[in-house]
Design a binder for this molecule. Structure first.
Ligand code: ARG
Length: 450
């Protein structure tokens, strides 16, 4: 049963938050006169000593004491007898809720910084190779040309939403549970706002934020679900970025060369270079989704309020944090080290068929209704296929026979630079917009550093 019920093997990592919570609670107890100043100072000193030992790795964790809370409290009371008063007006239920809210505030900030790291790698790549033209794909069929920066900035947007989701979880975490007790608060005259302020659970104007219902406070696990959902969504993004890179690095596409340090060879086939970092990014995303599912299932149908089932809430969120963190670092490294194979990209984007839509737009400018233009260009594409020539190599007379509105300048459509320049609107891959987006991301990432 000991081995079954212990959580110290995984919640010991909460120690510094647990000790911070105890210090704040302690200060509050002295503030309202439930303990003396001398007792407060003695207990505070004992907590500091224990924290030092934990950080030095010399603290003796004991499985028999179940969890991080009991381990610290028992060690403390053995040294400082007055610590028997520390648990006044507190339960492990509001204690663990507090530890985890502090942890979520830390973990979301940590992941956000790593998201910014991956975004910085994307920005550098866009600055270096952003103007390279590649085909954009729908249905994994070549669709329309885009500059590489535009594709990279699509990934940038995905990662930016991940940062925003993490920030949202952090805002939701910013409410102090202490004082909720086991379920129904306490009869003792505590000051919840004092404790909240001491722990930094305050709004932008420094006002204390305390949770508003003691039962909900000890039963609620929404933050766990929200955090795991933010990580799982980020994982979906990692897997989609990874999949693009896996395709791009194949011989069939050949758009990029991935850095050797993030790839492996085959033990059997000497010519192989496998995109391991990308495949693992894709694989880890399954695990991040699994963690979310574990938490949803864990909380579902539990009667209010605390149930021991909830001890199982920590391994999934710790794992989601750790895996998301390393995914972001590996993604940043893979992006930073890859090279763009410019001639392969140029060859892939050279197919004039990619500009068939632009040719229809050409007719639209000449007054042809789009449906009719689409039909005419379809006929021109078929004609090129039947004649075995590239779309832009057809005779002008043959094209004009399909539709009289094709002028002598119809071939000008196939100039890729012109095609890009015409894409001027917000959100489009034209050079004006790409420059704007470059400036925007430089600004965002500079602000994120500050
Ligand atoms: N280790 C426990 C957990 O993580 C702490 C709360 C224990 N509360 C209780 N009533 N047994 O859930």
């Amino acid at each position: 049963m000991l081995r079954f019920s212990e959580s110290v093997s995984f919640d010991a990592r909460l120690a510094r938050f647990d000790i911070a919570g105890s210090k704040a609670h302690l200060a509050m107890l002295a503030h309202v006169g439930l303990i003396s100043r001398a007792e407060r100072d003695a207990i505070h000193g004992g907590l500091e000593d224990i924290l030092k030992e934990i950080e030095a790795g010399t603290f003796a964790w004991r499985t028999q004491l179940e969890d991080v809370h009991m381990n610290i409290e028992q060690a403390l009371t053995a040294r400082v007898p007055a610590a028997a008063r520390l648990h006044t007006a507190r339960s492990r239920n509001d204690q663990v809720a507090t530890d985890m809210r502090l942890w979520f505030k830390h973990a979301t900030a940590d992941l956000e910084a790593r998201v910014r790291g991956a975004q910085r790698a994307l920005l550098s790549l866009a600055e270096r190779d952003g103007e390279v033209l590649i085909p954009g794909y729908t249905h994994l069929q070549r669709a329309q040309p885009v500059v590489l920066a535009h594709h990279l900035f699509a990934w940038m947007e995905m990662l930016d939403r991940d940062a925003a989701r993490l920030a949202e979880v952090r805002a939701q975490a910013n409410w102090c549970p202490l004082g909720s007790g086991a379920i129904a608060g306490t009869t003792l005259p505590i000051d919840r706002e004092f404790t909240a302020r001491a722990l930094g659970f305050v709004d932008s104007r420094g006002r204390a934020q305390v949770t508003q219902n003691s039962m909900d406070t000890v039963a609620d696990r929404d933050l766990f679900i929200g955090f795991a959902a933010a990580c799982a969504t980020a994982g979906v993004h990692f897997s989609r970025i990874a999949e693009d890179l896996i395709l791009w690095s194949s011989v069939e596409f050949g758009f990029v060369d991935l850095p050797d340090a993030f790839c492996t060879g085959s033990s059997l086939m000497p010519q192989k270079k496998n995109p391991d970092s990308c495949e693992l990014l894709r694989g880890k995303s399954a695990r991040l989704q699994g963690n979310l599912h574990t938490l949803l299932t864990l909380a579902k149908g539990l009667p209010l309020t605390y149930n021991r089932d909830l001890q199982e809430d920590k391994p999934p969120v710790f794992d989601s944090h750790d895996q998301t963190a390393i995914c972001l670092d590996v993604l940043a490294g893979t992006l930073a080290g890859m090279t763009v194979k410019r001639d392969r990209c140029a060859a892939a984007v050279a197919d004039p068929g990619l500009l068939a839509t632009d040719l229809a737009d050409y007719l639209v400018i000449r007054g042809v209704p789009f449906r009719e233009a689409h039909h005419a260009v379809g006929a021109v594409v078929k004609l090129a296929e039947r004649s075995g020539v590239a779309l832009n190599a057809l005779e002008t007379a043959a094209v004009q026979q399909v539709h009289p509105k094709f002028g002598d300048d119809w071939r000008g459509v196939f100039d890729l630079r012109r095609a890009m320049q015409l894409r001027r609107g917000t959100g489009m891959p034209g050079p004006v917009q790409v420059r704007r987006q470059l400036a925007r991301w430089r600004r965002v990432l500079r602000a994120a550093k500050a």
